[in-house]
Design a protein around this ligand. Structure first.
Ligand code: 6PG
Length: 265
């Protein structure tokens, strides 16, 4: 696994750096494969990055990103309507999708109109299989072991070490055959739907956006293994281990003060 830590000064620099990586990976994917399939992160950290992408997409070194070749998915979703302020789709719609010419048919939100997150997970799995041409039940028969290889999965990280909606101790962490599964926020009990670890780890590129001093010790554990207690279960972020892809931890200085010495700061 190719893992890298990139530390930038502050939240604004984090948003700009994330946007630059998104656009570079997008142009590379479109140039080499004719399509860029990316899973977006939820939460607050990526909001500013989505805004920077919307600002910068028409002026990359390769010219404008061809949005008709970009397909947007989500790494996880809260089971709330799109208009709910907690909606990951709703956040991306306001910050990015409403500001760029991505065709509606290229936007693949996780369905939240069902009261049953398990049903929503099954429906989203079918969406992935169809979008990635994997086949599957009702889709020409499953291709055993076929995985949707995202060109990029954007992730955030909680101070507890969760990512997407894979929370410490959650049964969802142990899901290795499904592409998408139901989950539940450990404190609020809020129902969620999330991509599973095998899908995250099959991505060509994982970028984890981390901002804020509250996440500093957890990030150091994820990046350097510092603080990992012998005999305790690895945190979800410690389970990020792309099989052939790359993992970039993109953090601001408040989330990575421990890296300053390594940078000679
Ligand atoms: C979500 C995200 C979740 C998020 C982290 C960090 O739906 O909330 O998928 O994994 O990325 O909780 O959230 P913040 O960026 O708001 O700190």
């Amino acid at each position: 696994m190719a893992m890298k830590l990139e530390v930038v000064e502050n939240g604004a620099a984090l948003a700009s750096a994330a946007a630059a990586h998104f656009l570079r990976l997008g142009q590379d994917a479109v140039a080499s494969r004719g399509v860029f399939r990316v899973a977006l992160a939820g939460g607050e950290t990526p909001r500013a990055a989505y805004g920077r992408i919307a600002d910068a997409w028409s002026g990359t070194p390769e010219g404008a990103l061809a949005w008709e070749k970009v397909h947007l998915f989500w790494g996880d979703e809260r089971m709330v309507p799109p208009g709910d302020p907690r909606s990951n789709f709703g956040m991306a719609l306001g910050a990015l999708i409403s500001r760029v010419p991505v065709p509606e048919e290229n936007v693949h939100p996780i369905p939240t109109d069902s009261a049953d997150p398990g049903r929503a997970a099954t429906r989203y799995e079918e969406t992935l299989r169809r979008a990635f041409g994997l086949g599957g039940p009702g889709l020409g028969g499953p291709t055993p072991g076929a995985m949707p290889r995202f060109d990029l999965v954007l992730l955030g990280m909680g101070a507890d070490g969760h990512t997407a909606s894979l929370f410490p101790g959650s049964p969802a962490l142990g899901e290795t055959s499904r592409l998408v599964t139901a989950a539940r926020h450990p404190e609020t009990g809020e129902p969620r739907v999330t991509l599973t670890l095998p899908v995250l780890n099959d991505a060509a590129a994982l970028i984890v956006l981390v901002s804020g001093e509250s996440k500093a010790s957890t990030l150091e554990r994820g990046v350097r293994g510092v603080g990992r207690q012998a005999g305790t279960a690895p945190l979800p972020i410690e389970r990020l281990n792309p099989t052939t892809g790359t993992l970039l931890w993109l953090a601001d200085e408040s989330a990575a003060p421990w890296a300053r010495s390594a940078r000679g700061g």
